[in-house]
Design a protein around this ligand. Structure first.
Ligand code: NAP
Length: 412
């Protein structure tokens, strides 16, 4: 019934039981009296204490059996779980990024995937020319909104030094008459503020192409279209082409305009028609066909270029003043009609701005204007363009149906 071999390395067993008559299990299970009877002599108090400790240790081990060490397969399982969890987090992260981008534009959601996966999905973008620096900027703008703080870690080289979000970031704008003067200043300012810009010209093809190159160097998509704004059919084709090329439309600037100045007694029907068609009918044409894409984009901004002459009138400019006054009435009506669709419509009324148009005026007329301008200088095209940026951007979401003068206080 007794186990024969005591634990050789157990100090209690060897101390109590030097003759090796009892095994360690015997010492744990027998009473002191039984042990003394078995070994044939009385135990010392130290030996009794040792036996008690042995029994306590055995009882404790029984209550809390030792857990077996984790096996290799358990570790692999844990590791696999962790990897799956991280993949899940990444997928959720991409999904949120895409959802956010989708709200801003469909293009960008594709691009955000391109950014996340680097070169792998990049090529799936429909507008491949969008991919690149511009994408990083749009994604960086999300980072600046504080929504996706992981991005700078994923793409530090693309997201660093991007600065604050630009005012027209990734909006698509169409500007009529963008090859010269105020229109050229507008398209450049728009591109500087992150907008992709389509613009028209009537005959200055070389100038328009040079401007396209300038805009592209700013990292946006740009395209020039030869299109007569006064022609109804051409206006429809233009809007369709812009939407096909750029994917959407957010801002329309009806800037194209001409003068055919002469006193009323000398004004021909042709001079009247030409100015009214180019300056006023063009605004009707482009606005009409732009409304659907603007509604599709969830709203937008139409900016119409009038003149202070449209408010005050001017001798020798009855045709021009009538066209510019017509723009104001048209814009107020459109603002009321389209307000419920989040389409805003505002008018800019420049005073005397230095461009080819005013270059044509004689010295006497220029001096007369200058004498009446409280700021004592003519305006610059950029100063009109800056107001366009404001009206095209989300800084002016509650500004609609207004006519704002940029005239150095000439008209107050
Ligand atoms: P600008 O230097 O003469 O430039 C006019 C622009 O309009 C050019 O790009 C021209 O294209 C384009 N254009 C003319 N007719 C067109 C048509 N039928 N279709 C498409 N594009 C056409 O004129 P601006 O001084 O910059 O004036 C721009 C706007 O501001 C005009 O509406 C003007 O009435 C208004 N405005 C100007 C002043 C001022 O002091 N400059 C003051 C008040 C209002 P091309 O290059 O191909 O000819």
């Amino acid at each position: 019934m007794f186990s024969k071999a005591p634990a050789a390395n157990d100090p209690v067993a060897t101390n109590v039981n030097p003759e090796a008559k009892l095994g360690i299990d015997d010492l744990k299970n027998m009473t002191v009296k039984e042990i003394e009877a078995k070994i044939g002599h009385e135990l010392t108090w130290k030996q009794k204490l040792g036996i008690k400790m042995l029994k306590n240790k055995a009882a404790k081990a029984e209550r809390h059996p030792e857990k077996p060490a984790a096996s290799g397969s358990t570790l692999i399982g844990l590791l696999l779980g962790l990897v799956l969890f991280l993949i899940g987090v990444l997928i959720a992260y991409i999904a949120f990024a895409m959802k956010e981008c989708h709200q801003r534009s469909l293009d960008r959601s594709r691009r955000s995937v391109g950014i996340v996966f680097g070169g792998i999905v990049k090529k799936t973008s429909i507008n491949q020319e969008f991919v690149g620096r511009r994408d990083a900027r749009s994604i960086a703008s999300l980072f600046h909104l504080g929504k996706f703080p992981l991005l700078p870690y994923l793409y530090p080289h693309k997201t660093k030094n991007q600065g604050l979000m630009k005012l027209l970031q990734d909006k698509v704008a169409l500007v009529t008459g963008g090859s010269r003067g105020i229109g050229a200043a507008i398209v450049k300012r728009f591109a500087e503020q992150g907008a992709h810009v389509a613009f028209t010209y009537r005959s200055s093809a070389a100038q328009a192409e040079a401007i396209v190159a300038e805009l592209e160097a700013l990292g946006v998509k740009a395209k020039a279209y030869a299109s007569d704004a006064g022609n109804f059919a051409e206006a429809e084709a233009l809007i369709n082409a812009v939407v096909a090329d750029f994917g959407k439309l957010d801002v329309l600037v009806n800037n194209a305009g001409i003068t055919q100045d002469t006193l009323m007694l000398r004004m021909s029907e042709e001079q009247w028609d030409k100015v009214i068609t180019t300056n006023l009918k063009s605004v009707f044409n482009l606005s009409k066909f732009a409304l659907r894409p603007l509604m599709k984009a969830g709203g937008g901004s139409i900016i119409n270029m009038s003149s202070i002459v449209g408010i005050t009138g001017n001798a020798g400019q009855a045709n021009y003043a009538a066209s510019k006054a017509g723009i104001i009435g048209f814009s107020k009506s459109l603002a009321k009609e389209m307000g419920s669709r989040a389409i805003r419509c505002n008018v800019i009324a420049p005073g005397f701005i230095e461009t080819d148009m005013t270059e044509a005026l004689d010295e006497k007329t220029r001096d007369a204007y200058l004498a009446n301008i409280p700021l004592k200088r003519f305006g610059k095209a950029n100063e009109v363009a800056d107001l366009c940026v404001f009206l095209g951007s989300d800084l002016s979401t509650y500004v609609s149906g207004q006519t704002i003068s940029v005239c150095g206080a000439l008209h107050t």
